[in-house]
Design a protein around this ligand. Structure first.
Ligand SMILES: Nc1ncnc2c1ncn2[C@@H]1O[C@H](COP(=O)(O)OP(=O)(O)OP(=O)(O)O)[C@@H](O)[C@H]1O
Ligand SMILES: [Mg+2]
Length: 152
């Protein structure tokens, strides 16, 4: 199974993609969000979380807290931003990674920081700036493990 690249025109279209993905999620899922600073990783996570919340939930970037938790039913959402993990001298396990994996859905910005903890079953979402249009983005979905069948 290959990957899929989509061009989205603006932030609303990005939110639309996140909203389409939201109903596929179940407890134990891990979505990684890759892309340069300001690409739209948090914007994607925010749209996904708001879809799951069913309302305009406040979704701050976890830039400094490193993780924000949303207690939804039937699963909690753990939104991580691991960019400053080393600088903050905290361990991912101190941030509740094990609980997140057990009873939640994990959205992980800067998943490169997970190292050995990066799960085999996951969906990597890569967001790149469009070469000419300011508000457009290229989104590539990279399914791994069980996600290869689930994305169809
Ligand atoms: N198509 C688009 N998709 C997402 N964001 C967009 C788009 N067009 C413009 N933007 C703007 O780009 C910015 C994306 O910021 P965001 O915080 O989501 O990036 P990020 O990838 O999380 O960055 P960081 O690495 O700093 O966490 C926002 O200001 C958003 O309004
Ligand atoms: Mg961010």
């Amino acid at each position: 199974m290959g990957t899929e690249t989509l061009i989205i025109e603006n932030e609303a279209a990005l939110a639309g993609l996140a909203a389409r993905l939201a109903p596929l999620l179940k407890k134990g899922d891990v979505l990684t969000l890759k892309g340069n600073l300001g690409a739209g990783k948090t914007a994607f996570a925010r749209a996904l979380i708001r879809t799951l919340a069913g309302r305009s939930e406040e979704v701050p970037s976890p830039t400094f807290t490193l993780v924000q938790v949303y207690d939804f039913a039937p699963f909690s959402v753990y939104h991580f931003d691991l960019y400053r993990l080393e600088e903050k001298e905290v361990d991912i396990l101190e941030l509740g990674w094990d609980d997140a994996r057990k009873d939640g859905v994990c959205l992980v910005e800067w998943p490169e920081r997970l190292g050995m903890l990066l799960p085999r079953d996951r969906l990597d979402i890569e967001i790149s700036f469009h070469k000419s249009k300011e508000t457009a983005r290229e989104i590539t979905l990279w399914p791994h493990g069980t996600w290869e069948d689930r994305l169809r």
